[in-house]
Design a binder for this molecule. Structure first.
Ligand SMILES: C[S@@+](CC[C@H](N)C(=O)[O-])C[C@H]1O[C@@H](n2cnc3c(N)ncnc32)[C@H](O)[C@@H]1O
Length: 313
């Protein structure tokens, strides 16, 4: 979709669905976290929760090169140019001044790039409605920023009264490391996963270490410890850890791994599960969808078919 049609789709989504959003969640004071968003009704897995264009966009390179005094003048001009409603939402974001508000609430994004390279223009985008979402190490929502559009959907069913949350960081580090990383963001994480007992945290940390180890083994085709079931074991660990937001990748790895051992039925089944999870994500990676569709229909046509069997021979 080009940027103009994406923008108009997103704007019409915002207008048409404002009523639906009002019916979906509300803002509330959350003990120890400031303001947050609470589900008003059951939100189904895969439901779109919000879609927004940025109220303010900062080009990272220009910002880094600009002296603080000039930057403040530019920020002021940008604020003056905003509609009253946007200005008051931006000023309502948590933080002492605009620079601090941007640091604490806004998202880094990259435009016109190839995902795997360092090229592209780097921006910081401010989406004040989305900035009300607190962090949780087991978030209920997943987000994606495609061009400038920020889209969020539910990774699992969310009960009425539950807090809506996203993750500000990647979640495979042990508790102590996650806490240190979030401290760097200026807060001490009080999510249920960071405040659990030391015994439960040690079990969770062991699962996370096992996940990282299995992913490393699965990525290495020379790794002889990998069995046909290694990918399924990875999926199981992600499920036990309730890291639903990473399940599409885990199912995909399991599907490919079964294919590398020539296990057609399991490869098809896990590819089908990967496709189901990809459908839940706000923006699915087109390449992943094509690969998983191929695997779910005819794993023998995938480049990885029997790759590990052939390596053992
Ligand atoms: C993007 S804002 C989220 C909305 C914010 N609570 C508000 O009142 O506008 C990020 C700030 O929320 C608070 N916060 C978010 N997640 C938290 C968590 N898991 N534990 C404690 N504080 C949290 C921190 O103060 C953090 O700097």
């Amino acid at each position: 979709m080009d940027q103009v049609s994406q923008l108009s789709e997103s704007l019409s989504f915002s207008l048409m669905n404002k009523q639906q959003e009002d019916d979906m969640f509300y803002e509330s004071e959350i003990p120890g976290k400031g303001i947050g968003l609470i589900a008003k009704r059951l939100i189904r897995k895969g439901e779109t929760v919000m879609k927004r264009q940025p109220s303010l966009l900062v080009q990272v390179e220009t910002q880094a090169r600009t002296d603080v005094h000039v930057r403040d003048i530019l920020y002021g001009q940008a604020m003056d140019g905003m509609r009253d409603l946007d200005r008051s939402r931006v000023m309502g974001m948590t933080g002492s001044d605009l620079g601090d508000k941007i640091d604490k609430n806004c998202f880094r994004l990259r435009i016109n790039d190839d995902e795997n390279s360092d090229s592209g223009d780097h921006y910081i985008g401010c989406y004040p409605d989305i900035a009300r979402l607190n962090h949780d190490c087991r978030p209920s929502l997943v987000y994606a920023i495609n061009n400038f559009t920020h889209s969020i959907s539910a990774v699992r069913d969310i009960d009425a009264g539950e807090e809506l949350s996203i993750s500000y960081i990647r979640l495979l580090s042990p508790r102590a490391q996650r806490l240190a990383q979030l401290k760097h963001w200026g807060f001490s994480c009080s999510c249920a996963h960071c405040t659990m007992s030391s015994k439960d945290a040690a079990t969770s940390d062991a699962h996370l270490r096992a996940i990282v180890g299995l992913e490393r083994d699965l990525d290495n085709f020379k790794e002889t410890l990998v069995m046909p079931e290694t990918g399924a074991k990875l999926v199981e660990l992600y499920q036990r850890e309730r890291l639903h937001l990473y399940l599409s990748r885990a199912y995909a790895q399991a599907a490919i791994n079964y294919a590398t051992f020539g296990r057609e039925d399991e490869a098809k089944e896990y590819a089908r599960l990967a496709l189901e999870r990809l459908g839940i994500e706000p923006v699915s990676n087109a390449e992943d969808v094509v690969l998983m569709t191929l695997l779910s229909e005819n794993p023998r046509l995938h480049g990885a078919w029997e790759a590990r069997l052939n390596a053992i021979k």
